[in-house]
Design a protein around this ligand. Structure first.
Ligand SMILES: Nc1ncnc2c1ncn2[C@@H]1O[C@H](COP(=O)(O)OP(=O)(O)OP(=O)(O)O)[C@@H](O)[C@H]1O
Ligand SMILES: Nc1ncnc2c1ncn2[C@@H]1O[C@H](COP(=O)(O)OP(=O)(O)OP(=O)(O)O)[C@@H](O)[C@H]1O
Ligand SMILES: [Mg+2]
Ligand SMILES: [Mg+2]
Lengths: 225, 225
């Protein structure tokens, strides 16, 4: 499903160059459950942004579902991304002027689907934030905002979920409930890639990719058998 | 140092009322190291905002360093807060159009001190983000932004540090380094109140206050003796 070949990402700001990813190759098959770990600044979010077609590599090739991402037009890329990928951002990125319900339904608008309010409400229920649908993000606690971001990532029933520290603002019990939802989706065939610094989450994945200074330090399958 | 008496906080939005804190009383002496835990939405950030004089209670009294906070004028309150308190926000709240260095020095400008660039650089060094001083927040990783927020909270050498999930975006190793800094400051007499959902951090505090649905569920001293 995901094929990154020799991906390098360099951010330039005036004279300063930051190598965020250095010659990273990574193949993830459909249905996998992968955790990505590594120190702060090691390139995890950058990697997720490239996998999620939100950023382009400086060098290297990326094939998503067999398609060469760099060869797609902007609108083709947006459509592929919108139909296939659910993204939970490290800093939520909710629309401040839209209600919780509107935020959750947004990906449906973008993918040209008729907004399904019933499904959105069912997601809020599952994430234990039912009752908050008419509130605005700045009226929510950090963990409630994070769960709105998770609901939004799930509304289009994506084949691939990219979650960047989805439990960073959640207490352990609520974090475990989120993890359970990801495990259930994975059992239904959804591919899950989750950046986390929580060992209990990394352990639940069947494979762990560790980054350090922009390169893959190790890539291990756990629980083989 | 901190004396909350029967604090209730109700958010009103049109017809909807949310009771974020319900009759909370809490006394914290100078030099204490307190962790605040509880499920998402239980009122932890609301409690921190009231202690940090960033929000006013709907009912009840708050005395900070013996002064009745509700009786101070806005400018007296701002001055007290600025001189005494360092606040690490759950979502960082960095100025997007200011560099890392400018963000860290901001509290010094507000407290009328001459900005001490040397001290700011030393803090960045201690937090392992030296070299990033000329970057803007949107050029940093989540954990780097969190450490800028921590540096900013420490620049005025506050007597009270209120840290709302200061390691939420940090890998465990970096999180432990942050905790060590807080422990060192506490040994120098700084009062620390830290909201966390990480058990390893809650255990390092000498006292844990647990919130549930806006009330104090338990308030226990650990390691007495
Ligand atoms: N500005 C606001 N307007 C309306 N309701 C609010 C507002 N801020 C917070 N709330 C509500 O108050 C309650 C407590 O929120 P608070 O942010 O204190 O929780 P928290 O314990 O910090 O949660 P988390 O662990 O998720 O950060 C929540 O139910 C939240 O929805
Ligand atoms: N837009 C940008 N411009 C310049 N440098 C950037 C930009 N975004 C990220 N970086 C740099 O790239 C490196 C990797 O960043 P990234 O956000 O991928 O790290 P991360 O592993 O997600 O860290 P964290 O665990 O703290 O979230 C960091 O050194 C960061 O400062
Ligand atoms: Mg990141
Ligand atoms: Mg909070």
């Amino acid at each position: 499903l995901i094929e990154l070949q020799n991906i390098t990402k360099i951010y330039k700001s005036g004279e300063v160059e930051t190598v965020a990813l250095r010659d990273v190759s990574l193949f993830i098959e459909e249905g996998e459950f992968v955790s990505v770990i590594g120190p702060s600044g090691s390139g995890k979010s950058t990697l997720m942004n490239i996998i999620g077609c939100l950023d382009t590599p400086t060098r290297g090739n990326y094939f998503l579902a067999g398609k060469s991402v760099s060869k797609l037009s902007d609108s083709e890329l947006a459509m592929l991304r919108n139909k296939m990928i659910g993204f939970v951002f490290q800093q939520f990125n909710l629309l401040q002027r839209a209600t919780v319900l509107e935020n959750v339904l947004l990906p449906q608008l973008y993918s040209g689907n008729r907004p399904n309010k019933k499904e959105a409400m069912a997601l809020l229920e599952r994430l234990k934030i039912a009752g908050l649908e008419s509130k605005y993000p700045n009226q929510l606690s950090g963990g409630q905002q994070q769960r709105v971001a998770i609901a939004r990532a799930l509304i289009n029933k994506p084949k691939l979920i990219l979650a960047d520290e989805p439990t960073g603002s959640l207490d352990t019990k609520t974090g475990e409930e989120i993890l359970k939802i990801f495990e259930e989706l994975n059992e239904e065939g959804v591919t899950i890639v989750i950046v986390t610094h929580e060992p209990y989450i990394a352990r639940k994945a069947r494979r762990t990719v560790a980054l350090r200074d922009g390169s893959i330090e190790f890539d291990e399958h756990i629980n083989e058998g």
